[in-house]
Design a protein around this ligand. Structure first.
Ligand SMILES: Nc1nc2c(c(=O)[nH]1)N[C@H]1C(S)=C(S)[C@@H](COP(=O)(O)OP(=O)(O)OC[C@H]3O[C@@H](n4cnc5c(=O)[nH]c(N)nc54)[C@H](O)[C@@H]3O)O[C@H]1N2
Ligand SMILES: Nc1nc2c(c(=O)[nH]1)N[C@H]1C(S)=C(S)[C@@H](COP(=O)(O)OP(=O)(O)OC[C@H]3O[C@@H](n4cnc5c(=O)[nH]c(N)nc54)[C@H](O)[C@@H]3O)O[C@H]1N2
Ligand code: SF4
Ligand SMILES: [Mo]
Length: 678
């Protein structure tokens, strides 16, 4: 006889636009099924395909999870471990940290983290420990979206106050530029973009499902988007569609951009980008048909000139006066401000040591780890750099350095934990209370504990409380319990609520649509939109965005894009057997038919991609989902599960974009050839 059944509402904390509400069906206090919350405005009863499999599969399988602290028992990187009690693991780590602090300083302990979980406590509380330690942080956003943050910081003074998706009911056009909601925001793709009365325009080199279903799809060569933005501005100016009153009242520097527009004709941009001039005209007309929403994707700024591209695109929104009114706006990410949430409550930057070291870019990770004097320990939490970081072969070699003490905290054994000296097992989001915001919708969700963690796994927060105790520290913030932090955040939020109330409902959202920059005050030095930026100039950039574009590749090289896979969440879920079997035994690379012909590559052929950084064996697929000269192979396979022991980041040189020392992973160039073997 099955025991009593109940349903717990919780929230998906993955690094995903959607922020779905989840209903967990339990019997006898154990999870029996994880489904979408039917009452949640985003999920509407359905999880995405990947989470439906992973949350009912590998997340619930104790045999697939890390369940005990482990210490290395074989050669470094060999993945052999023996379990130890928590006290011993904490003692080992803190003894080593104390010695490093005494001999070299806390800065010699480098830690990398990102968005393995985006929930507030598990994502933020460990920072209290690292602030107190004075450890060196690898700049988190530099692996993902920092160029866009820096660029929009110059223009708008913030990159985290985007449009409220609910304002789409008042909009004439939604322009999705360099994002792929069909993979990275599947519910926004399925519901939000389908239900809006607006025309949908997509600008993306890849004809993904969102592009295919749009009213208009522009398919540029990668890295040429600033040329498109300038040509659209040219059309608006030529046709008298510039909102000059708005520009006069609320921006600085329009004249400097206008001076550049004359030669930026659609015909010019057609040559630059490969998009037919008529389509550029059409896109400009659709965008100018009324209030419009501009969604700047994270993929768009992962280019060598990603920051310049973002500034050019933002100028388009300003030129049409698309701020401060219903149905208008620009979106990159939505942070906590509209919900009255300040991440510093959780991170406690006040704990920073007086000599707290500067962070460095993820693009420099390998070099910094190779430097024996600078780096003596490497801690990873909420991140799997052995799969996701550039210069993969060199990074893997570095991680075997005997004098580098590696501590890895994860819920699963990964490529990164395999290199660790000590592995600490983390609880998953189904196993502790927390809070989770969507970075697209303005929802705030309760993450509710649904069952005990497997074995001895602990939430990140508890792991770092134990580490702080092991260090012998006494600051109360290092030991604050979860319930107290959650209560504090909720009380001060715009919801002025408590966790029991939020948990019963599952989620809350401020009344809306919230109008972005309703007061038309911008947190820039001038208080206006800074199309020309003295701050940018001081940082070595042009005062205004430029009509620059990447030249086509030369010497037979092709541009390789490796964006989000529909079935993976970054590098997560490749350990879910049902997902791995969908993805097949080898990476797939999509070729345009003319490139395939030139290279004598046929559908299904065994191929090899290569460049100065590395090589990758893969299978060819041929189709016009990519433009000529461009290849597509999605991110997220696990090196350790591949025969070739590497993934697409074996080809990633870790080049930086123009702003924020940020990844320009979509700027990689490779050559391709048929492999002799099949
Ligand atoms: N080639 C290529 N490479 C890329 C990209 C690309 O487009 N192309 N994209 C880049 C981008 S945008 C990003 S954001 C990065 C992402 O790179 P990563 O951050 O390395 O990828 P994730 O899969 O999100 O890894 C998060 C890890 O956190 C773990 N985790 C989940 N929940 C918890 C928890 O509660 N506690 C702890 N301790 N661990 C947890 C997961 O099991 C997983 O191993 O990859 C970058 N790499
Ligand atoms: N299913 C799934 N969802 C995810 C993730 C995942 O791995 N899988 N990852 C999460 C994370 S960490 C992030 S950062 C987001 C990322 O999600 P997105 O913001 O959608 O970014 P990407 O997937 O990197 O790339 C999106 C699109 O940008 C396009 N692109 C690349 N270069 C250019 C260019 O030069 N010009 C233009 N116009 N477009 C270009 C790519 O072709 C791709 O279709 O997704 C999140 N959601
Ligand atoms: S990953 Fe995104 S789409 Fe999937 S369940 Fe979580 S929030 Fe929803
Ligand atoms: Mo990301």
């Amino acid at each position: 006889m099955p025991g009593p059944k109940d349903i717990v509402k919780t929230t998906c904390p993955r690094d995903c636009y959607d922020g779905c509400g989840i209903a967990v069906i339990r019997r006898d206090g154990r999870i029996s099924k994880v489904v979408g919350d039917p009452d949640h405005p985003t999920s509407r009863g359905a999880l995405c395909g990947k989470c439906a499999l992973a949350y009912n599969g590998v997340f619930l399988d104790p045999a697939a999870r890390l369940t005990q602290p482990l210490v290395r028992s074989g050669p470094k990187g060999g993945g052999q471990f023996r379990p130890v009690p928590w006290d011993e693991a904490i003692g080992r780590v803190t003894d080593r940290f104390k010695a490093i602090v005494a001999e070299t300083g806390g800065h010699a302990i480098v830690h990398a983290h990102y968005t393995g979980t985006c929930s507030m406590l598990a994502g933020g509380f460990p920072m209290r420990f690292f602030h107190r330690l004075g450890a060196t942080e690898v700049e988190p956003d530099s692996i993902c979206n920092n160029a866009g943050h820096v660029a929009l910081g110059y223009v708008l003074g913030t990159s985290a106050d985007g449009f409220d998706p609910r304002t789409a009911k008042d909009t004439a056009c939604i322009l999705v530029w360099g994002a792929n909601p069909s993979a990275s925001a599947p519910h926004a793709h399925k519901h939000w973009l389908q239900e809006t009365p607006a025309k949908v325009v997509v600008i993306d080199p890849v004809r993904h499902a969102t592009a295919a279903e749009a009213d208009l799809h522009l398919q540029p060569r990668p890295g040429t988007d600033a040329a498109l933005a300038f040509a659209m501005l040219h059309v608006l100016r030529r046709d008298g569609l510039i909102d000059r009153a708005f520009l006069d009242a609320h921006t600085v520097g329009w004249d400097e951009i206008e001076a550049l527009l004359e030669p930026c004709t659609p015909a010019w941009a057609a040559v630059a980008s490969g998009v037919p001039a008529e389509r550029i005209e059409q896109a400009a007309r659709l965008y100018a048909a009324g209030p419009a929403l501009l969604w700047l994707g994270q993929g768009l700024q992962r280019q060598r000139q990603g920051g310049n591209i973002f500034r050019a695109c933002a100028a388009l929104a300003a030129a049409r006066g698309n701020f401060g009114k219903p149905g208008a706006g620009l979106y990159y990410l939505n942070g906590g401000r509209s919900r009255g949430i300040d991440s510093r409550t959780v991170n406690a930057p006040r704990l920073k040591t007086p000599d707290y070291p500067a962070s460095f870019s993820q693009m420099d990770l390998t070099r910094r780890l190779e430097d024996e004097a600078a780096t003596r320990a490497f801690v990873t939490w909420n991140i799997n750099p052995a799969a996701s970081s550039p210069e993969q072969a060199r990074l893997h070699r570095t991680l075997t350095r005997e004098s580098l003490y590696n501590v890895a905290i994860d819920i699963f054994p990964t490529d990164t934990t395999a290199f660790a000296d000590v592995v600490l097992p983390a609880a998953s989001f189904l196993e502790f209370d927390d809070l989770a915001e969507s970075y697209f919708h303005l929802t705030l969700g309760a993450q509710a504990k649904c069952q005990e963690p497997p074995g001895e796994a602990l939430p990140n927060q508890e792991i770092f409380r134990r580490l702080a105790r092991g260090m012998g520290w006494t600051e109360p913030e290092l030991f604050e319990d979860d319930a107290s932090i959650i209560a504090h955040i909720l009380k001060r939020s715009v919801f002025a609520t408590d966790f029991a109330t939020l948990k019963a409902k599952g989620w809350m959202i401020p009344p809306g649509p919230v109008i972005m920059f309703a007061d038309l005050k911008f947190p820039t030095p001038s208080g206006r939109i800074e199309l020309a930026s003295a701050a940018a100039a001081a940082d070595g950039h042009p005062r205004v965005p430029q009509p620059w574009f990447d030249a086509p590749t030369e010497g037979g090289r092709l541009r390789l894009l490796s964006p989000a896979d529909v079935w993976l969440m970054n590098d997560s879920y490749f350990n879910e057997p049902k997902i791995a079997s969908k993805l097949g035994p080898e990476p797939i690379v999509m070729f345009h038919p003319s490139d395939a012909r030139r290279l004598n590559i046929g559908e299904g052929d065994a191929i090899e991609l290569g460049n100065a950084t590395g090589t990758l064996a893969a299978r060819a697929r041929i189709g016009d989902a990519v433009p000529e000269g461009t290849l597509l192979s999605h991110k997220g396979r696990w090196p350790g599960r591949e025969r070739q022991r590497r993934n697409v980041n074996a080809l990633n040189p870790g080049q930086k974009s123009d702003m924020g020392e940020s990844s320009c992973v979509h700027g990689i160039e490779v050559t391709a050839r048929r492999r002799a073997t099949t």
